[in-house]
Design a protein around this ligand. Structure first.
Ligand SMILES: [Zn+2]
Length: 167
């Protein structure tokens, strides 16, 4: 069964779309959802891969155009490859701006996020088995996958837990 967004998830996402810099406490005040719940929901949305990142949106409209093209030209002269990277970054920024404008209208209660098993990578069709450690949640199709995963990554999981408890 995919993860289904409820009104908490939607309120948190809407608050973040308006301003991704908000702290969990600020989102809590704005939405009326407790801070630990905001944190847990946010982390879950990260863990299932729906929130890819919370990144700044730039207003290139306020940048002196001459300075942008100058920069690209200089880079162009230096390295052809980097110039392409710059352009890629620039168009990604555009896409992100467009996306966050659209997201406000696209995010709905009941929206389902498809989950793949962390171990076998197959689609999870039933209730996912959830393994929580530190601030991570991992989702599995069955108990076998979950225990195989725990076994395979036991060392890494332990060190993540240690770092998390120590911080
Ligand atoms: Zn599996």
């Amino acid at each position: 069964m995919p993860l289904q967004l409820d009104e908490y998830d939607v309120s948190i996402l809407q608050a973040l779309i308006k301003d991704g810099r908000k702290s969990f406490r600020e989102i809590s005040r704005e939405t009326g959802i407790t801070t630990p719940t905001v944190k847990a929901r946010f982390e879950r949305l990260i863990n299932v891969g729906f929130i890819k990142s919370v990144s700044p949106i730039f207003d290139f409209g306020i940048v002196d155009e001459n300075t942008i093209s100058q920069y690209l030209e200089n880079k162009n002269r230096e390295h052809k490859r980097i110039e392409n990277e710059e352009e890629k970054q620039y168009s990604i920024q555009h896409m992100q701006q467009q996306q966050s404008r659209d997201a406000r209208f696209r995010i709905r209660k009941g929206m389902k996020i498809k989950l793949d098993c962390e171990f076998c990578r197959g689609a999870i069709t039933g209730d996912p088995r959830v393994f929580r450690f530190a601030n991570f949640e991992r989702f599995f199709c069955c108990n076998v996958c979950m225990s195989d995963y725990k076994q395979k990554y036991a060392g890494r999981i332990e060190s993540i837990k240690r770092d998390y408890d120590g911080s």
